[in-house]
Structures are given as structure tokens and as C-alpha cells.
Design a protein around this ligand. Structure first.
Ligand code: NAD
Ligand code: UD1
Length: 340
């Protein structure tokens, strides 16, 4: 039996593959097949995964929109379940090239689902995002109404709705839509981590590139929010905790009949300045920053009600903000240019 991981050479995918390969409880003992078009990742990740785990995976360079490529994968391997990470994820870019986002994220997922259905593979874990909560007030819980404010968010919402419909149409499907909060950190080995192309959009990669001298200073987007110090508050989650959430979701898929949306967050919020100060302290490097106006579309405070994941999956986070920052710094300082 094999597990298919789409987007498995990416940031969250690679960490999840490592945790799956290192499982010791014998609950999931499948071969891992990764399909990725390498649009935002590198095959160097595969060597690093083997360095950490001493195990290998099957890697297929292909696009999930390529139905015949997927058809070959499902014919050549006995796929039991799929974890679907593949997708484009930059909010700003999605406003500029929305069609590429709808094509990649929505059409790509529909193609994947069609091939899965044809091969009677009806177990799926999907990478959704807290962005589907729109401007609801935190703590955000799964029963709230959903909405989106940009094409990226729309694609996540559309795919969630497609998945709910698919599960409604056929009781054999078991689908977990995992709504991630803000994943940061890296594997403790410092061998894999986040390696964004170009100038990072997200806070942690930006701060860590300032710390290694690749970028001059951080721009803090607003200090006049109604928060502890006026800067935006988010629910940062260690990528290893997130990866373990996928392992738990997979192990509990049988029990999830139909399609369930589940938050993966810590339930705690941290401000931009708290991150900056912690990062300086842990790395011993000062992080120059300048306060600039708010970024359009940003909310003051976003954090999860993480109780459903605890109830349904017996999952809760283990790592603190200090761990997240120390692991980000280890990865960034050992690999100042990421995988390049
Ligand atoms: P990532 O870009 O590092 O990984 C995505 C991987 O998918 C990359 O390796 C990329 O090459 C691959 N890919 C993209 N389109 C593909 C296609 N059409 N066919 C095959 N492979 C393709 O991103 P990530 O941070 O690991 O995110 C993984 C998933 O989680 C994405 O769906 C993203 O939207 C979602 N998500 C991420 C975050 C975050 O902050 N990182 C937050 C919420 C949700
Ligand atoms: C962003 C996306 C969201 C996506 C999430 C995870 C937007 C509007 N939202 O959320 O859809 O799901 O990433 O990838 O882009 N900040 C700075 N300076 C920076 C970068 C960020 O001050 O250079 C602040 C932001 O204003 C925010 C916090 O840091 O308060 C976190 O920002 P970011 O890492 O971009 O994540 P989100 O805004 O939560």
C-alpha cells in the first residue's frame, strides 16, 4: 500500500513526509509516493529527507493537472490515501494572476479527485487555511461562516465546498480539510525548512532573512491595532506540530465519515513585535525594523479555537514560540540561501 503526497517536496509536505517515515507506532506502514511539479521546491529536499530518516521515497515530477500522469501513478502504485498539499499560496500574487490560482488550486484538485474516484481511493487529507474564516472574530471555530477576500482564499473555499459536495454524494469518502493557522519553524536537524522564492511575503521568513543579512530591515505593517502592543497578532504553529496533525488525521480518517473541517492551530496569539524581540534574543542578532502603514486586507488578531482537533484527532501542539524561532534560526543560519 502507498500514500500519495502531492506537493510533498514543499515546506509543509516535506516535514510531513519526515514524520510519516519516522512513525514508530506501526499505525501507518506504507510506501510514500510524492508527486510535485517543482514549481516552488527543489529535489534537494529529497536528499535531506533521506539524510534525516535514512529512508527513501518515490518521487514523480508531474503536475496534478496532468490527468494522464496521475492515471499512471494510480495504476502503478496501490494508493490507499492522499495528502494533498500541492497548490499556489501567495495572496498578493493571487490578486495579480487569479486564473493561474483557480487553474492550479481548483482545477488541479478536481483532476486529482476524478482520478482518485476512478481508482476507488476515497481517503483524503487537504491543506486548507484559516483564511476561509474571512473577518470573523477570534477565536475561530469550525462552525463559523466562511468567506474569502482574495483569489487565493477563494480557491481554498471553493475546494472545501467541492469536498463537502463530493462527500455528500458518496458515503465512502473520508476527507479531512485541515485549516492551518500560521506555520513557522523547521525540522530540528536544520536540514529542511521554508525556502521561499524571491522576497518573502510572510513574517518569519522575512525576519530570518533580515537576521542573516539577505534583507536590510523588516517593515512592520501597522502598530495601531487594538492588540497588546499595536501590532498584528497571529497563531503561529510549529511546522512539526502541523505535520503531526496530518499524521493524526490520516490515522483517524476511518472515523471521519464524510468531510470534516478541522483547525490546526495552537489557540494562542503572538504579536509582530513579540516575534521580532524573541528572534533577536534567540539569534543574538538585532533585527532592524520600521513601522509602516497597515497592509491592506490584514486583521488585527487571528487565532484558533483548537479544541476540535484535540477531540477528534487526539492532537495538540507541543512546541512553544521559543522552539519555533530557535528552529527557524537553526535552519536559516545553516542554509542562508535556503536550498539554493
Ligand atoms: P509550498 O509552496 O512550499 O509547497 C507546495 C508544493 O506544491 C510545492 O513543492 C510546489 O512545487 C507544489 N505544487 C504547486 N502546484 C503544483 C501542481 N499543480 N502540481 C504539482 N505540484 C505542485 O507551500 P506550503 O507552505 O508547503 O503549503 C502547502 C499547502 O498548504 C498549500 O496548499 C498551501 O496553500 C497550504 N497552506 C499553507 C500555509 C502556509 O503558511 N505555508 C497556510 C495555510 C495553507
Ligand atoms: C497570510 C495571508 C493568509 C495566509 C497566511 C499563511 C495575507 C493578507 N494573508 O496571513 O491568507 O493563509 O499568510 O501563509 O497575506 N507582517 C509584517 N511585516 C511583514 C510581513 C508580515 O508586519 O513583512 C505582519 C502582518 O501584518 C501580520 C503578521 O505579520 O500581522 C503575520 O503576517 P503573515 O506572515 O503574512 O501571515 P498572515 O497575515 O496571517
Amino acid at each position: 500500500m502507498s500514500l500519495l503526497i502531492t506537493g510533498g517536496t514543499g515546506y509543509i509536505g516535506s516535514h510531513t513526509v519526515v514524520e510519516l517515515l519516522q512513525l514508530t507506532d506501526g499505525n501507518i506502514e506504507q510506501d510514500i509516493v510524492i508527486v510535485d511539479n517543482l514549481s516552488n521546491s527543489s529535489t534537494k529536499v529529497l536528499e535531506r529527507i533521506t539524510q534525516i530518516t535514512d529512508k527513501t521515497v518515490t518521487f514523480i515530477e508531474a503536475d496534478i493537472r496532468d490527468e494522464s500522469a496521475l492515471e499512471r501513478i494510480f495504476t502503478q502504485h496501490t494508493i490507499e490515501a492522499v495528502i494533498h498539499f500541492a497548490g499556489l499560496k501567495a495572496v498578493g500574487e493571487s490578486n495579480e494572476i487569479p486564473l493561474a490560482y483557480y487553474d492550479n488550486n481548483v482545477s488541479g484538485t478536481v483532476t486529482l479527485l476524478q482520478v482518485m474516484k476512478k481508482h476507488q481511493v476515497k481517503k483524503l487529507v487537504f491543506s486548507s487555511s484559516a483564511t476561509v474564516y474571512g473577518d470573523n472574530e477570534s477565536p475561530l471555530h469550525e462552525g463559523m461562516t466562511t468567506s474569502a477576500t482574495n483569489p487565493y482564499g477563494q480557491t481554498k473555499l471553493m475546494v472545501e465546498n467541492i469536498l463537502f459536495d463530493v462527500a455528500k454524494s458518496d458515503a465512502d469518502w473520508s476527507i479531512a480539510c485541515l485549516r492551518y493557522f500560521n506555520p513557522i519553524g523547521a525540522h530540528q536537524s536544520g536540514l529542511i525548512g521554508e525556502s521561499p522564492n524571491g522576497i518573502p511575503n510572510n513574517l518569519l521568513p522575512y525576519v530570518s532573512q533580515v537576521a542573516v543579512g539577505r534583507l536590510k530591515e523588516l517593515q512592520v505593517f501597522g502598530d495601531d491595532y487594538n492588540t497588546i502592543d499595536g501590532t498584528g497578532v497571529r497563531d503561529y504553529i510549529h511546522v512539526i506540530d502541523l505535520a503531526l496533525g496530518h499524521v493524526k488525521a490520516l490515522q483517524n480518517l476511518e472515523a471521519i465519515k464524510g468531510c470534516k473541517a478541522i483547525n490546526l492551530g495552537t489557540g494562542n496569539g503572538t504579536s509582530v513585535l513579540e516575534i521580532v524581540n524573541n528572534f533577536s534574543e534567540i539569534s543574538g542578532v538585532s533585527i532592524p525594523y520600521k513601522v509602516v502603514p497597515r497592509r491592506a486586507g490584514d486583521l488585527a488578531t487571528v487565532y484558533a479555537d483548537a479544541s476540535l482537533a484535540n477531540e477528534l484527532l487526539a492532537w495538540k501542539t507541543q512546541y512553544s514560540i521559543t522552539d519555533m524561532i530557535a528552529d527557524t534560526w537553526r535552519w536559516q543560519s545553516k542554509n542562508p540561501n535556503g536550498y539554493n
